[in-house]
Design a protein around this ligand. Structure first.
Ligand SMILES: CC(C)(COP(=O)(O)OP(=O)(O)OC[C@H]1O[C@@H](n2cnc3c(N)ncnc32)[C@H](O)[C@@H]1OP(=O)(O)O)[C@@H](O)C(=O)NCCC(=O)NCCS
Length: 193
């Protein structure tokens, strides 16, 4: 079993497993249409749906087998402001997919960048990953900017490649290799944590 030593701390944030007590904070963003706008299969959640989501995320505290998702709550003094996740896509290829969702009230300050940086740092050290990639809807500009800010390469723009809310949608793929990540970190980027 692979799991970080909790909590992971950055300059402004604490990353740790989700707990049932996080329900109010998680529901505060999961209920918002603007948060789920570009997320595949996601709709604004009722409180009961958020309760189920929190219960599921609370179990995602480690990687036990390929396919597992590690989900961490991102907390400030104001409570949980979002979650970051790392899905173990391939054991053989030491590859994971990164994901993130944050409350818009806490956007625009680099907090998502800081949290994802810490998680990816951990992926490349603790999990000894070779490659981390992320995908987003072609119109999810905030997500694409975040991955670019992290130093991830835009590797693909798949045209009209998947069904999204009843129509064909473009998908962007960003990725970074371990050596690229550490070279950039040594140079001061993406975010000093
Ligand atoms: C994707 C998402 C996390 C991005 O949020 P965000 O607020 O843009 O990201 P950050 O918290 O890292 O803030 C970055 C912004 O703050 C600014 N900023 C201010 N201080 C900063 C700092 N110290 N470091 C980095 N950026 C900083 C940046 O310039 C950037 O603004 P810009 O994008 O207008 O240039 C957010 O939009 C979200 O949760 N969306 C809904 C869920 C979603 O779509 N998830 C992705 C599915 S693929």
């Amino acid at each position: 079993m692979l799991r970080p030593t909790y909590p992971i701390r950055t300059a402004r944030l604490t990353l740790r497993p989700v707990t049932p007590d996080d329900l109010d904070d998680v529901h505060a963003y999961q209920r918002r249409p603007d948060v789920v706008r570009w997320m595949l299969g996601a709709e604004p959640r009722t409180r009961e749906q958020s309760r189920s989501s929190v219960a599921a995320m609370a179990g995602e505290d480690a990687w036990r087998a390929e396919g597992d998702c590690l989900t961490l709550a991102v907390a400030t003094d104001a409570g949980v402001i979002g979650v970051v996740e790392l899905v173990w896509r391939s054991e053989r290829d030491r590859t994971a997919e990164v994901g993130y969702v944050f409350h818009p009230d806490h956007g625009g300050r680099g907090l998502a960048t800081e949290a994802v940086t810490a998680l990816v740092d951990w992926g490349f050290t603790g999990f000894r990953l070779h490659r981390v990639y992320g995908r987003c809807h072609g119109r999810n500009e905030a997500s694409a900017r975040l991955m670019a800010r992290l130093g991830m390469r835009r590797e693909a723009h798949h045209l009209r490649s998947y069904r999204f809310r009843g129509e064909w949608a473009d998908q962007l793929v960003f990725a970074v290799l371990a050596e690229e990540w550490w070279a950039r970190r040594a140079g001061g980027g993406p975010t000093q944590a």
